[in-house]
Design a protein around this ligand. Sequence first.
Ligand code: FAD
Length: 498
Amino acid sequence: MVVNATELGAEEYYDYIIVGGGTAGCPLGATLSQRYRVLVLERGGLGRGNPNLINQEGFLTNLLNTHAADSPAQPFTSEDGVPNARGRLLGGSSAINAGFYSRADPDFFARSGLPWNLTMVNHSYHWVESQIVFRPTLKTWQSAVRDGLLEAGVTPYNGFTLDHATGTKIGGSTFDPAGRRHSSADLLTHARASNIKVAVHATVERLLLAGSSAVGVLYRDSAGKHHRALMREHGEVILSAGAIGSPQLLLLSGIGPRPYLSSWGIPVSQHLPYVGHFLYDNPRNGITILPSLPLEHSLIQVVGITDEGAYIEAASTVVPFTSPAHSPLFLTVATIISKISGPLSSGFLRLASTDVNVNPVVRFNYLNHPVDVERCVNGTRKIADILKTRALKEFMFSNLFGERDFRFIGPALPLHQTDYPRMADFCRRTVTTIWHYHGGCVVGRVVDRNLRVIGVSSLRVVDGSVFSVSPGTNPQATLMMLGRYFGLKIITERGAHK
Ligand SMILES: Cc1cc2nc3c(=O)[nH]c(=O)nc-3n(C[C@H](O)[C@H](O)[C@H](O)COP(=O)(O)OP(=O)(O)OC[C@H]3O[C@@H](n4cnc5c(N)ncnc54)[C@H](O)[C@@H]3O)c2cc1C
């Protein structure tokens, strides 16, 4: 069912045209294809045979290997000065991420503005989990951080669970026991092959509109040729291009704030003032140490969620480097990080060009809100508590006087953690991303409660851009669930109107 876009006709008709074969787009396409003729258009390729995508050891290398114009991780730096990445391949960001899998918290379902059917939510999570979610085996660093969290009072211990839970737990992973990555692209194996085409290297440039109704999309293949995908009667165009791609495409198609679009010379189809606004990213702060003993590679497998709402996670990375004598050496570094979920600081996205291939200008305004700073200080204090536990002692080095201490790489925590201004300064100086950016097409401002674009018919957005709160510990579980959920919902609603 996967084809190169060059193989498709200049004009073809489908019931559902999904823009973006990413985390939400793949399960959505697989589900809709059970009843309807579906086209999924993905700008990236398959990433086949790239070991950095398949194995968790390649996670960091892949994020750094971004020189090629079509690298699977598309780099961008927000105006805040923080380097970031977007998935650009089938499977989207789920094909380049750290693989941690955890369902959303109950509060998310109450606050997200959607009229959820929780039985269907549960069914949709199960559908994903039965195919691509595994129980990880903890090695040295993850076990130590789990024990450190418990010693530092992040309790109760919830063991292994996919559910959101305050305290310390082991979550699921989309890396299987052999260390091989699974992504939302795997969910396409449950599509009805005769009803779906998944075109890779298909970059959608804009939506095609007739008055205030979407009728199709214009996309370009890798040979530079344009194609039109058009909708059959009662069909829809569904944007699943992610929190950067979906607002960008709405703006390029003339759906957004009128004065802003006019300043770019883009004809206005629908004045929607908040397209690209309410854009959020969950800030990350933490420490990195050089441990006194070698560690295995590990991505996030354990999380501690404190009563104050700080999320503590950890990773250990084996970094190969060449010594002055040119013999390859391996160095392990280990991190403990604290993340804020649902920051109050928000930013916006603006076009940098009318060329869809150029990243928009993005600003998240990390830690602009004093409450976010306070939450960061709480999380960072908890990291300090963990570093003081027995569980972490064995990773310290002895100094000349026989005293044991950590060897930090980069900034160490302030010495006096009760000193709020210093801790707040540490937060602001060291803030970076955990890549959970979301918003830009949020519910109630750009899309309605059924994710239909306000004022435009036959057009929905189904991806992380619709949420003003990122779901759960980490979002991929809920975004895959969302794709399945909306596929089922659309099939049910259409059936009821026959
Ligand atoms: C490095 C990294 C690590 C992460 N780690 C974790 C983790 O461990 N656990 C977790 O839960 N979450 C993690 N996340 C976050 C999570 O992966 C994302 O929030 C989620 O995958 C976003 O899903 P989405 O469907 O909104 O967008 P995406 O999955 O990004 O899908 C968007 C798709 O649309 C395509 N697209 C965009 N524009 C166009 C266009 N014009 N034409 C055609 N196609 C287009 C893109 O190529 C992409 O495939 C991580 C993210 C990153 C980047």
